[in-house]
Design a protein. Structure first.
Length: 437
């Protein structure tokens, strides 16, 4: 069943509902074969093509695949040649330090000064020794004109912070705005059209297990992100799949490659499967918290997780801090001072994060690696310890955290950037010794 979503802006497209569901969709009636996947002659003269997101023999519960019925098969593409991309970095050159790090927002240049689309506007902020998880900043001032992109190395989680995006995929179109997210699975071709003059987004690449919903445990069957609120595009195709030649950019083995494609790669007329792109409105997240005392672990805010081979220790978790009521009594309500075995990359989408009184603006981001102490700045600490406690609505703010089992290593580009806040650690200097022996 298609749904129209609950975004605060008008989407031009309808969607299929449900996380992990097995969907089917056709842009033209009668395009899907019935009762089989690969008939001798598929309907309407289409080509049958399978995209597998897991090994064929993966357990049924984790097996991911989608059958596409397209005007032309994806093998019909020219030879790939290396395509330089200065912003996306894979080699780890900078030794990782145990310092807390923070960056002010990186401005989006004008199209006259530096034309950037979704792909050329990607710049790697942090990565890992094996590139299992990387975080990039995307800044764009123009749409992908005649270009398409496919990442053969990993899944892409896109968090717009400024500007609305229209993401055309092989399976259909996703409209995504700030306060929403989109996930493009590994191997899925897509392109991005800007619906505003400029755009800025955080992009997380994971090369491990696909994103899934976290287990709920004692929370029970309801809470956090609801499966029905995830939305999948319906089938759509361009120019009857014959016109609109594209350049196809592929990330493969950590390098970028470019090949000519004499037709639009977005020529899938019908499809069925569970390997799909999707979007989610973070306003729908059911936030849980303490209604007695103390501040629960931030894991209570997990939206999606990419698990590792160690139970409970994720390759990467996506955690959000949305508007919510704070009611805990006799409690220091902001996040406490802590050191964590996990590494934390945090970004601010809108508003003000409750643990930082200054210096952390929308579009900014910070990094606290494993066992690096961090917590509320001195001013936020003073306000929280002296506040008259009562029910408080923490509204108008959205922050996110990407938490991983491995250390994040900042790139040379990030460490040399003028927006690096070299005085970040000074925010804790005013904390005084008030011990009463």
């Amino acid at each position: 069943m298609a749904s129209t979503g609950a975004s605060q802006w008008a989407s031009m497209h309808s969607y299929l509902s449900g996380f992990g569901n097995f969907h089917q969709s056709e842009a033209l009636a009668g395009s899907l074969p019935v009762g089989q996947n690969s008939p001798q002659r598929p309907p309407r003269g289409l080509y049958a093509e399978l995209l597998s997101g897991s090994a064929f023999t993966a357990p049924r519960a984790s097996n991911l695949r989608t059958w596409m019925y397209r005007v032309r098969p994806s093998v019909q593409v020219g030879a790939y040649q290396p395509w330089p991309h200065a912003g996306w970095q894979n080699e780890v050159l900078t030794p990782v330090s145990p310092n807390p790090l923070r960056w002010r927002p990186w401005p989006v240049p004008s199209v006259e000064d530096e034309p950037l689309d979704f792909v050329s506007g990607l710049q790697t902020l942090v990565t890992q020794a094996d590139q299992a998880t990387s975080v990039h900043l995307m800044r764009a001032n123009q749409s992908m004109q005649g270009r398409a992109f496919v990442n053969a190395d990993g899944d892409l989680l896109i968090l717009p912070q400024q500007g609305r995006l229209q993401i055309t995929t092989e399976l259909g179109v996703l409209d995504v705005a700030p306060w929403e997210l989109a996930v493009i699975p590994r191997g899925m071709v897509f392109k991005v059209t800007l619906l505003d003059a400029t755009a800025r987004a955080f992009v997380c690449e994971t090369q491990g297990a696909p994103w899934r919903l976290p287990e709920l445990g004692p929370i029970g069957s309801n809470g956090l992100a609801q499966p029905r609120d995830f939305e999948v595009p319906v089938a759509a195709f361009e120019g009857e799949g014959r016109a609109e030649p594209h350049e196809l950019i592929k990330k493969f083995g950590g390098r970028f490659w470019l090949a000519p494609c004499g037709h639009s790669p977005f020529n899938v007329v019908a499809w069925h499967g569970n390997l799909v792109p999707y979007r989610y409105d973070l306003r729908r997240f059911m936030t849980l918290g303490s209604v007695s005392v103390d501040h629960p672990d931030p894991s209570i805010f997990t939206v999606l997780t990419s698990p590792s081979d160690t139970a409970g220790v994720a390759l990467c978790d996506l955690v959000v801090f949305p508007p919510r009521w704070m009611v805990a009594e006799n409690t220091f309500r902001p996040p406490w001072f802590h050191r964590n075995v996990m590494s934390e990359f945090m970004g601010l989408i809108e508003g003000q994060y409750d643990a930082k009184s200054d210096g952390f603006a929308p579009g900014g981001f910070s990094l606290h690696n494993a066992m690096v102490p961090h917590g509320p700045d001195a001013q936020a600490h003073a306000q929280a310890t002296q506040a008259t406690l009562g029910p408080q609505l923490l509204g108008g703010s959205l922050a996110f955290m990407l938490e991983t089992r491995h250390r994040f290593i900042p790139t040379d580009l990030a460490m040399a950037h003028s927006q690096l806040d070299v005085h970040y650690a000074d925010c804790w200097a005013p904390l005084k010794d008030v011990f009463l022996p």
